[in-house]
Design a protein. Sequence first.
Lengths: 181, 272
Amino acid sequence: MTLSLLLAFAKASGGEGGGGVLSPDGGLGFWTVVMFVLLLVVLGKFAWKPIISALDEREKKINESLQAAEKAKEEAKKISEENKVIIAKAQEEAQQIIAQSRKFAEDLRAEHKQKADKEAAERLTTAQKDIENLKHQALNDIKDQVANLSVDIASKIIRETLDDVKKKELVNKYISEIQSN
Amino acid sequence: MNNPTANVADTTAIADTLHKAAEGGDWIIHHVMNEPMFANDLTFFGLFPIPITKHVFFLFVVSFLMLLVFPLMARKYKKSLVPSGLQNMFETLIVFVKDDIAKPTIGKGYQTFVPYLLTAFFFILFANFLGLVPYTAAITSNISITATLAVFSFLVTQYGGIKHNGFFGYFKGLIPHGLPAPLLIIMIPIEFIGLFTKPFALAIRLFANMLAGKIVVYALIGLIFATVYMIPLSIFMTVAILLLKVLVSFLQAYIFTMLSGLFIGMAVHQEH
């Protein structure tokens, strides 16, 4: 069978019928040239050129996008670092402000206290002075009253019981006593 | 050989095929051969016949499919640069031909030759795959077609070489430098023949691979005629060979394109 296949193949290839796969076929060659040239021209213009340019464009676009993304990433990193610095600075400033205001409040309180203390002391001294004065006055008043009263009592006693001589002696004695007081 | 007609002579078609099988291998040849279809009397201005045979018809089918698929695909890129659906598959192949075949084989200035290599690659690929479809013909298993393709590769190669190195520079560059004068008498014919053997090998390789696959498939089916008990083995082996042919279809398109690129590269950059 193999032999007969080969024989048949050789017969078919011999170009006797013109349909053999091994025999040159001018008509088929002609149509192949026509169709292939048509394909080259039409596809070259309407398929390969736009497709390849689209692929190149996409490649360019992807590269650009990647670069832009990289750039944006770096920028974001820079900004976040800057933000960190700013936040740290702001925190420091806030701390400073708090400390300052605390100190200010403390100072104010101390000043107020000092002022109040001073005022209280002043008031105390004036009060003491007033008390002293009043006391002095009261004492003087009492002294006067006592003197008047004693004079009145004495004069009453003298008028009723003592003679002139004894009166004199007594008056002197009292006077001296009062004076010595 | 048993006489299978006694077992399966139900329909006249089978009987006919079996009759042919009994005659020998003629039926296999009948299946791989070109045959007349329409316009059998068509001639090229009366100089030579150009009938629309079976292979010419499927040549038209392949060309029509290519003219349909790729311009449509190109239009899709105008809407969006992001591929979708089938576009992904063809884009992968286009990028493969452009970056993995044309770029490494041709090198600098490869862009000029990408359209030719793409056309050749997809022409062979479409023809090979169409040949796997039942009731069609694999036009790449016809030497007239593969030879024409090889002639195109040859012409593109010469064009590239002459354009890049100048007419005299190109043919001078074909001969290695620093050869003693007597050797030139041998080297000039050898290099001249070498120009033509390259495309000749291209044509034979593609044609022989595609035809061999077809004949093997028919031969395996033919095992059924030996004895009906061969049917399971025959079917299993036929399916296996058809799967192999899917691989070969792609591989031959790749090899033809890659070698064409290599020859163009050798002609363009002669210093290598």
